[in-house]
Design a binder for this molecule. Structure first.
Ligand SMILES: Cc1cc2nc3c(=O)[nH]c(=O)nc-3n(C[C@H](O)[C@H](O)[C@H](O)COP(=O)(O)OP(=O)(O)OC[C@H]3O[C@@H](n4cnc5c(N)ncnc54)[C@H](O)[C@@H]3O)c2cc1C
Length: 411
């Protein structure tokens, strides 16, 4: 079967590797950019995604690339601890959580695609403009329009997906909730035990930091009238000064937040945007994957992980179903309801609800968090999100592999 993937991001490249691993050989990946560069800052691969990438034979390459956080801790805007939980192997998972540089991960996946599928697999400078429900894709290039024959077209072309726009021309731009995110990395001393990812603040203003190799990854977030109007462009650099000022009071005994923001080499601004879940991803021999299918707010650190799960699930069904149509239906049945629930959960803060509750109930802080929120309520919020996102340790550790049985036997 000839398979065309539009988009060489985390989702598209993982789809290519997953399809190749189950036996497909005629796969091409097209990206609109002329050169793939390691763009972005840190992202988190949760244990469910690390499992899939490990089963694709990339475990040691990933481990070399990432930093494994062992604790996730939530604080209020005064730096007081609300909730803390072990992560990755420390939480009993068979796979770690990994904080990785998005661009470094993309380059590693690209290298693996080129090694396994051949150098010519990824074709750059091709912008998808349309795909036929019977298969076949149309691209524009510097030389003009190119039609590519295919029996399956996968739109992994991100939050501004052209394939999604063809299917839902009335949808318009991504939806903003009025928050703006500023991301960067700083060469700075570690904080706490050097293995902890922290989130501090509430629904209006928030700060996230975690170790990323020899750097600290930083995300600052604030509701800001006006700026959220900016187009969702991942590469928009802004000055650090005004953001340092916004967080001027956030001096915690264990972390100098404004100092860390000021130490970032570059700050990238991005509005907090997602899209309303779709009632359908598949039209004939075309389907959507990753952010093209279900862009979500980053609360819960799930965007890249869900794209990896899509890719592996799609390959599993294409390898095991009776027909391409049946495979696409099974893929959508597995992944669309699950990601729809996550998009909605992330709109109501996902696991970060604990910070919102603490702020609502004790805006000036507390002596003991359990006077404000009971341990049971805190634990229930964390557990509910893990189940919704498919990474509760009991379920993840025991669920069947997405590598089809006949392929597993050959390994
Ligand atoms: C440049 C960039 C930087 C990012 N930085 C961060 C970050 O710092 N932190 C974070 O949490 N998330 C970041 N993201 C988003 C994150 O990578 C995704 O949310 C997640 O990994 C899901 O990936 P995806 O493959 O579905 O989409 P994406 O990673 O967005 O990849 C989509 C790919 O499709 C290509 N494409 C788009 N339109 C077309 C078209 N019409 N035809 C062909 N190709 C097309 C794009 O060039 C891109 O390579 C970034 C995305 C991009 C593109």
């Amino acid at each position: 079967m000839t398979i065309v993937i539009a988009g060489a991001g985390i989702g598209g490249l993982t789809a290519a590797l997953s399809l190749h691993a189950v036996g497909f050989r005629n796969i091409s990946v097209y990206d609109r950019v002329d050169a793939l560069r390691p763009l972005g800052v840190g992202i988190n691969l949760l244990p469910h995604a690390v499992r899939e990438l490990t089963e694709l034979g990339l475990g040691s390459r990933l481990a070399a690339l990432g930093t494994a956080p062992e604790t996730l801790a939530y604080y209020n805007r005064h730096g007081q601890l609300i909730w803390s939980e072990p992560r990755g192997v420390a939480a009993g998972y068979r796979w770690p959580q990994l904080s990785v540089h998005r661009g470094a991960l993309q380059m590693e996946l690209l290298a693996a695609v080129r090694e396994r599928l051949g150098r010519g697999t990824v074709r750059l400078g091709h912008r998808l403009v349309d795909a036929d429900a019977n298969g076949g894709a149309r691209f524009t290039t510097a030389e003009g329009t190119v039609d590519v024959a295919a029996e399956l077209v996968i739109g992994a072309d991100g939050i501004h997906s052209a394939l999604r726009r063809r299917r839902r021309p009335d949808e318009g731009p991504p939806v903003s909730n009025g928050l703006v995110l500023w991301r960067g990395t700083a060469r700075a001393p570690g904080f706490l035990d050097g293995r902890t990812m922290i989130m501090a603040g509430d629904a209006e203003q928030k700060f996230v930091a975690y170790p990323l190799g020899d750097r600290v990854n930083v995300i600052a977030e604030r509701r800001t009238a006006g700026s959220a109007e900016h187009e969702a462009n991942w590469n928009r650099a802004v000055a650090a000064g005004p953001i340092v000022e916004l967080f001027g009071q956030w001096q915690f005994p264990w972390l100098d937040v404004p100092g860390l923001i000021g130490a970032c080499d570059e700050i990238l601004e991005y509005p907090m945007v997602d899209r309303d879940p779709l009632s359908r991803w598949t039209f004939g021999r075309t389907t959507l994957l990753g952010d093209a299918a279900h862009p979500m707010y980053p609360n819960g650190s799930n965007g890249a992980s869900q794209a990896v799960l899509d890719a592996r699930t799609l390959a599993f069904h294409l390898a095991t179903a009776q027909s391409v149509e049946a495979a696409l239906t099974a893929y959508e049945n597995d992944r669309r309801p699950a990601t729809t629930a996550l998009v909605r959960s992330n709109r109501s803060q996902g696991p970060e609800q604990v910070m919102v509750l603490a702020h609502e109930r004790a805006p000036e802080g507390f002596d003991d968090i359990h006077d404000v929120i009971g341990a049971e309520e805190l634990g229930a919020i964390a557990t509910a999100y893990k189940r919704a996102a498919g990474f509760h340790p009991d379920e993840l550790n025991t669920r069947a592999s997405l590598t089809p049985p006949n392929i597993r036997e050959q390994l």
